[in-house]
Design a protein around this ligand. Structure first.
Ligand code: ADP
Ligand code: TRP
Length: 318
C-alpha cells in the first residue's frame, strides 16, 4: 500500500501542526510505503517571494527531520520531481473547466484577497498529478483538502476512460480522528488567529504565551472543570495518562489555580520537545545532511514518477 501526503511550507510550525499533521504523518510510515513531500510548487501560487519560499521550505524540512522523520519515509521537495509539471499538463487536457470552477479553495483564496492567477485555479490539477504519479492508494489530508482528492479521482477516471487503465484511484482518509488542538484563546490553534504556541519558540516567549492562555475567572479555591479548559486540553497532549488524571483531580477538588496548571503545562511541553530541539540545533549546523535526506527521497520518488510518466506519454501518443 502506498500512502502519500504533501505539506505546504507555511512558516513556523505550532503544536496544532505537530499533533494534527506531523505526528500522524510520521505514524503512517509504519503502515505502508510512505511518500511525504514539501509542496513548493503549490506554495508559489500564494508566495511570490523567493527568499521567503526558500527559507520556509528549509524550515519545514529541518522541523520534520528534527521531529523524528526517518528515511523509511520518502521525504522530498515536490519541485525536485521533474515529471510533475509535464504530467500536470497532460492531466489538464482531460480536466473540464467546470470541475475546477467548483473547487472551494479557489473561491476561498479569492475571498481572502488573493488575485486570481492561473496557478491558483489549476492548483487541484497539480495536486492530482502529485497523487496520481506515484499511484498512491491512500492520501491522508485535512478536511479542507478532501475535495481536491475527489477532483484527483475524477481526473484519474476521465484519463483511464480515454487512454486505458493506467492510473490508480486514490482514497482520501480524513484526519478527523485527530483532535483539534486549541490555541491560547481557546479557539482552534491557527496562524490565522494569532493564537499559536510554536514548537521551537524561544523559552521566555513560550512561557509567556502559556501563562497567557485564556481561562474563566474562577478563584483559586473553586472547583474547576478540566474538560472545558484549554490548558488541560493542551496538557493532555503531552502528559502521561496518570499525570493527566492527577491534574483533572486537582481541577475538580479546588484549591488549584489556573496558574499552577499553566506552569505544569509549560514544564511538560518543554520536556516533550527537548530531544527534538537538540536535534534541530544539530541539523541547523549540518544543512548538508538535510539536503542529502531530501535528495535521497527525491531520487527514489523520481524513479517511481518517471515510470508512470513514461506509461502516460505512450498511452496519450507522445
Ligand atoms: P494554520 O491554520 O496555522 O495556517 P495550516 O492550515 O498550515 O495551519 O495547517 C497545516 C496542517 O496542520 C494541516 O494538516 C492541519 O490540519 C493541521 N493543523 C493546523 N492547526 C491545527 C489544529 N489546531 N489542530 C489540529 N491540526 C491542525
Ligand atoms: N494542498 C495540500 C495542502 O494545502 C498540500 C498538497 C499538495 C497535497 N499536493 C498534495 C496533499 C497531494 C496531499 C496530496 O495541505
Amino acid at each position: 500500500m502506498r500512502i502519500l501526503s504533501g505539506i505546504q511550507p507555511s512558516g513556523t510550525i505550532h503544536i496544532g501542526n505537530y499533533f494534527g499533521m506531523m505526528k500522524p504523518a510520521m505514524e503512517l510510515s509504519k503502515k505502508g510505503e510512505a511518500f511525504l513531500f514539501i509542496a513548493d510548487y503549490h506554495a508559489l501560487t500564494v508566495l511570490p517571494e523567493p527568499e521567503k519560499l526558500r527559507e520556509r521550505v528549509r524550515d519545514v524540512a529541518v522541523d520534520f527531520i528534527a521531529c523524528g522523520l526517518t528515511e523509511e519515509t520518502l521525504f522530498f521537495k515536490q519541485s525536485d520531481i521533474l515529471s510533475i509539471p509535464e504530467f500536470t499538463w497532460i492531466l489538464s487536457c482531460v480536466t473540464p473547466m467546470g470541475l475546477l470552477e467548483r473547487c472551494h479553495s479557489y473561491k476561498d483564496k479569492l475571498a481572502h484577497g488573493f488575485s486570481p492567477n492561473h496557478g491558483l485555479f489549476a492548483y487541484p490539477v497539480l495536486m492530482a498529478a502529485d497523487i496520481l504519479i506515484y499511484k498512491s492508494n491512500i492520501v491522508p489530508v485535512g478536511k479542507d483538502q478532501k475535495q481536491h482528492v475527489e477532483v484527483a479521482r475524477d481526473i484519474a477516471q476521465r484519463f483511464n476512460n480515454k487512454y486505458g487503465n493506467i492510473l490508480v484511484m486514490p482514497e482520501s482518509t480524513i484526519r478527523d480522528d485527530v483532535a483539534i488542538v486549541p490555541g491560547t484563546d481557546g479557539q482552534k490553534m491557527s496562524k490565522t488567529y494569532g493564537n499559536t504556541i510554536e514548537l521551537f519558540g524561544n523559552e521566555k516567549e513560550i512561557r509567556k504565551k502559556i501563562m497567557g492562555i485564556v481561562t474563566d475567572s474562577k478563584p483559586l479555591e473553586a472547583p474547576k472543570e478540566p474538560e472545558k479548559c484549554p490548558v488541560f486540553a493542551l496538557y493532555k497532549l503531552f502528559a502521561s495518562e496518570s499525570q493527566a488524571a492527577a491534574m483533572a483531580e486537582n481541577y475538580r477538588k479546588g484549591g488549584y489555580g489556573y496558574g499552577h496548571a499553566k506552569k505544569e503545562l509549560f514544564d511538560v511541553f518543554w520536556e516533550y520537545f527537548r530531544p527534538f530541539r537538540t536535534r534541530r540545533e544539530e541539523l541547523l549546523k549540518d544543512m548538508g545532511y538535510v539536503d542529502s535526506f531530501l535528495k535521497k527521497g527525491a531520487q527514489k520518488a523520481g524513479e517511481v514518477a518517471g515510470k508512470t510518466l513514461k506509461e502516460v506519454r505512450e498511452s496519450v501518443g507522445l
